[in-house]
Design a protein around this ligand. Structure first.
Ligand SMILES: [Zn+2]
Ligand SMILES: [Zn+2]
Length: 118
């Protein structure tokens, strides 16, 4: 299928993760393509969000594809992968560049929130 994820990378980095990015329960069984799968470069592992297909994916797909939710999922995957010691490959770098608008928003919101806490 177009822009499928690299199975070996998913296995390596998500093997011990059962958490569903949507609800937080330990029941994920598929990887949602956060920014869709049609566009070139969307096979980046940064575009993957583990979810439970029946409960937390298929029926709410249009909601997951709203920009605000894309950002939440992108952030969670990025944070998770960095915690696993993941380093970006060329596909990931292109993906980040292409979706830089989202990542810039995420960074800015993070900085603002931290600023408010102190
Ligand atoms: Zn769930
Ligand atoms: Zn999906």
């Amino acid at each position: 299928m177009a822009n499928s994820f690299d199975e070996s990378l998913l296995k390596k980095y998500f093997l011990y993760n059962y958490e569903c990015w949507v609800c937080g329960k330990n029941h994920n069984n598929v990887f949602h393509h956060i920014c869709g799968r049609e566009e070139e470069g969307n096979s980046s592992i940064l575009n993957a969000a583990p979810v439970a297909n029946e409960e937390c994916h298929l029926w709410i797909h249009p909601v997951l594809c709203m920009n605000e939710n894309k950002k939440l999922l992108l952030k969670k995957t990025m944070k998770y992968l960095l915690e696993q010691g993941y380093s970006f490959n060329e596909v990931d770098k292109k993906f980040i560049e292409k979706h830089s608008r989202f990542y810039e928003d995420i960074l800015r919101e993070d900085t603002t929130r931290r600023g408010n806490e102190t």
